[in-house]
Design a protein around this ligand. Structure first.
Ligand code: ACO
Length: 360
């Protein structure tokens, strides 16, 4: 038995390839570097949906219409829902969408994390949600609905870069959950709900909020090493470091670090904040190398995600929701691939409990 199914091949996919030895990511034949160079999230969705849905391209106007359609569900958000963490409130609203497996259902599911998160954040603050503008790109409209003002071209490009970077990533825990549910032919909403539930844990998509908590606790670049050493001595994991597949640096970390540096050079990120993050990263890498010499542990996607999303005006408790805004495209494509081509996923277990026939 392989604990955590490490290195177990559980699916064939045409969607993405994670090369953990060389630190490379390919999505439908396109390298991450090429993918992030000027692509909007809509372009990557078209790439992921190609062959899985008829009429998926061009997609921007259809996605804009889907945002308008799902907005109506925010009217059902009550006080109990608003008390939940954003990702759980968003999941509850998403569960109300129909469980179809056509393009219209898929686009409602892509639209929902953005529209629901933006609306819920405003409702929590006692403000009315802003209705979607279907003429805007998905990233621009999302930022407008969250912050209440029109974003700059640089902010839109930065969010697009993030959404594109995280859109798909092999058989990670949430995508595997989506495929398991899809293999029962349960429908796309059920698959996305399973995936979202897997995503929210701190070992997967729940890490970037705690990355900021770590930066705040470290406080200054000079204090970084001591703080990290104490955290490790207390048995804590350093958030934003380590990966099940990558044995070298996660290529998505650099794609996002580039965007963060761009925002810093235009004043959108406080240079002191970036300097602190870089000092914490360097100290953490040094420490992990010394304390865990047998396990290569490098920066993962979540570290610079935290800085990027903070600079774009998302509150840290909603970071996992923003991850879902991007990864939902990959979940849906994998669910379709599984439902169309795959068999029911039903592995087996080794029974290690007592047996009636050998009981004393
Ligand atoms: N900080 C400190 N030690 C770590 C870290 C870390 N971030 N990551 C792994 N280790 C150590 C473990 O303690 C363990 O040490 P041991 O053998 O002495 O007990 C060893 O490395 C192996 O750890 P595993 O848990 O077996 O590694 P696994 O592949 O299961 O974990 C994971 C991968 C969950 C991402 C892990 O590295 C981690 O917890 N990272 C911190 C949380 C995080 O950044 N999550 C986001 C991941 S990226 C994503 O999902 C989008």
């Amino acid at each position: 038995m392989k604990s955590g199914l490490e290195d177990v091949v559980a699916a064939e996919t045409v969607l993405s390839d994670v090369d953990g030895k060389n630190g490379r990511l390919i999505v439908r034949g396109v390298s991450l570097d090429d993918l992030v160079a000027g692509s909007r999230y809509e372009d990557v969705l078209e790439l992921l949906f190609d062959g899985f849905f008829a009429g998926a391209a061009p997609l921007a106007a259809q996605l804009g219409a889907a945002r308008v359609e799902v907005f109506a569900h925010l009217a059902s958000a009550d006080v109990a829902l608003l008390r939940l963490p954003p990702v759980e409130a968003m999941r509850a609203l998403l569960a109300r969408l129909d469980d179809g497996d056509d393009l219209a259902s898929a686009l409602r599911l892509v639209a929902a994390p953005a529209v629901f998160t933006a609306g819920l954040l405003r409702l929590k603050d006692g403000r009315a949600p802003l209705a979607p503008d279907p003429a805007l790109s998905h990233a621009a409209d999302t930022l407008r609905m969250v912050t209440g003002s029109m974003p700059s071209a640089q902010q839109v490009a930065a969010l697009d870069r993030y959404l594109v970077t995280v859109a798909d990533h092999g058989l990670n825990a949430s995508t595997f959950a989506a495929r398991v549910v899809a293999s029962t032919q349960a429908g796309l909403t059920s698959s996305v709900l399973a995936a979202l539930s897997a995503l929210k844990g701190p070992l997967h998509g729940g890490a970037p909020g705690p990355v900021l908590d770590m930066l705040d606790a470290a406080g200054t670049p000079a204090n970084a090493s001591v703080w990290l050493e104490n955290a490790l001595a207390n048995g804590e994991r350093l958030m934003g470091f380590g990966h099940r597949v990558y044995r070298v640096r996660d290529p998505r970390a650099d794609a996002l670090k580039g965007a963060v540096r761009g925002l810093a050079s235009s004043g959108a990120i406080d240079p002191a904040r970036l300097a602190l993050a870089e000092a914490v990263e360097a100290a953490a890498l040094d420490l992990l190398k010394r304390k865990k010499p047998d396990r290569p542990l490098d920066t993962n996607v979540e570290f610079y995600t935290a800085l990027l999303l903070e600079a774009l005006g998302f509150p840290r408790e909603a970071f996992t929701c923003v991850f879902a805004m991007g990864r939902v495209g990959g979940w849906i494509a994998h669910a379709r691939e599984q439902a169309l081509d795959g068999r029911l996923i039903r592995p087996t277990s080794v029974y290690v409990g007592p047996r009636a026939d050998v009981a004393a």
